[in-house]
Design a protein around this ligand. Structure first.
Ligand code: G3I
Length: 370
């Protein structure tokens, strides 16, 4: 079995030391994350889905910690439009009611997500290639109009386009819209989104690794952002998903800062939209694993939150109880991944303390108006 890298051990110690400096360590939250964030002008929140809606313990946690929530899957095409002739807003509406009842903002995820597997099966009736271009544009634009009209100003920030690139080549990836409309599907989506949601923040959302493993992906996104600016396409911010940890290469702080410098120099705001940490440290020792996750958390956030353009920070679930990794990426030893700030019993972990510590040391910024 490999040992944990020296860097992670050192970073883990630093995160734990930072956690120890917090008023009540990591056993007791030092304050609600939404309040710690708000003091710095950052809107903090989490993604939720049917699991959280059905779990009364989750309600207390999510309302206490989150100033903003985002539906994990409720606003995706396959949820909203599984049926060709019928829309299903049930889960999205339940989340919107939840946000309103708790005085939380709501982000929208996602209007356009290009891979064919993210589209309802019936959409494949539209022919591929240029033969399907006008139909595909119409389908996409009508979708954007109807979803935005349904939620109106209740959704203050939208992921308009998600994950458009092939990570290795940095080229736009093939997929439902790319194959029928071509590269300008992105431009069409943002222009329609501005018409349909004139007050919302419009975001291009992507993985954006904190490593140099996919340099072409970073280059591709920078080129896209630059071209969209030149063409005056209405886009306000880059959403950095922030699923960090294994599979994403070795962290490279210099490379990461350089990327963020270039994005912000173009005048874009930043968001962390889907934060969690893959818990693949090769040890069964839970405290070592938690320290590793906390260290990665602190290392990533210290850099990313240092940008005053970063105004929102959202975890892809607050607790391991509802983590998507449970099914999608099990650990080799069969143990449950510990990827979120709270464990399955809704107790805060060192990752929670690392987030709190990073928020405490982050510079203050002008809060987002969206
Ligand atoms: O709802 C059905 C359920 O009825 C059925 O019994 C079950 C059987 O597998 O599937 C359920 O749907 C699954 C859904 O999650 C809810 O659990 C889908 O198959 C599964 O594909 C879907 O996965 C989601 C994935 O996006 C694809 O939409 C994950 O929950 C969600 O965490 C993940 O989120 C993405 C972001 O949208 C974009 N960035 C990356 C991130 C992680 O992959």
């Amino acid at each position: 079995m490999m040992s944990l890298s020296r860097r992670h051990v050192l970073m883990g110690s630093a995160a734990l030391a930072a956690a120890a400096l917090l008023p009540s360590g990591c056993g007791q939250p030092p304050g609600h994350l939404k309040d710690l964030a708000k003091r710095k002008g950052i809107l903090f929140g989490g993604a939720i889905g049917p699991e959280e809606l059905a779990d009364t313990a989750a309600h207390e946690l999510v309302s206490r910690e989150c100033g903003v929530i985002t539906p994990r899957n409720a606003l995706k095409w396959r949820t909203l439009r599984w049926d060709r002739s019928d829309w299903n807003f049930t889960e999205g509406d339940a989340i919107a009611r939840y946000a309103a009842a708790n005085n939380q903002k709501m982000r929208g995820h996602v209007l356009v997500w290009n891979p064919v597997e993210n589209m309802p099966d019936w959409a494949s009736d539209i022919p591929s290639g240029s033969a399907g271009r006008s139909q595909a544009i119409q389908l996409m634009e009508t979708h954007i109009e109807q979803v935005c009209a349904h939620y109106g100003d209740r959704i203050t920030s939208w992921d308009v386009v998600n994950e458009a690139f092939e990570p290795y080549s940095g080229d736009l990836a093939p997929g439902f819209f790319m194959d029928r409309i071509g590269p300008d599907y992105i431009e069409h989506a943002f222009r329609k989104a501005r018409e349909a949601a004139p007050h919302a923040q419009l975001v291009y959302n992507d993985y954006m690794r904190w490593s140099d493993k996919y340099p072409n992906h970073h280059k591709g996104v920078l080129k896209l952002l630059e071209n969209l600016r030149k063409k005056e396409v209405p886009i306000d911010a880059l959403g950095i998903q922030g699923h960090i940890g294994k599979y994403y290469g070795t962290e490279n702080d210099r490379h990461w800062r350089q990327f963020l410098d270039e994005v912000t120099a173009m005048g874009y705001d930043l968001l962390i939209t889907e934060f969690d940490v893959r818990d693949f440290a090769p040890t069964a020792d839970i405290s070592a694993r938690d320290a590793n996750v906390a260290a990665l958390t602190k290392g990533f956030l210290d850099i990313t939150l240092s940008y005053p353009e970063l105004k929102q920070f959202i975890c892809w679930g607050l607790s391991d109880r509802w983590s998507w990794f449970r099914q999608s990426e099990p650990r080799e030893d069969g143990q449950l991944q510990r990827t979120a700030p709270y464990d399955v019993d809704l107790k805060p972990k060192p990752m929670y303390a690392a987030i709190a510590a990073a928020l405490i040391t982050a510079p203050t910024r002008e809060p987002s108006t969206t």
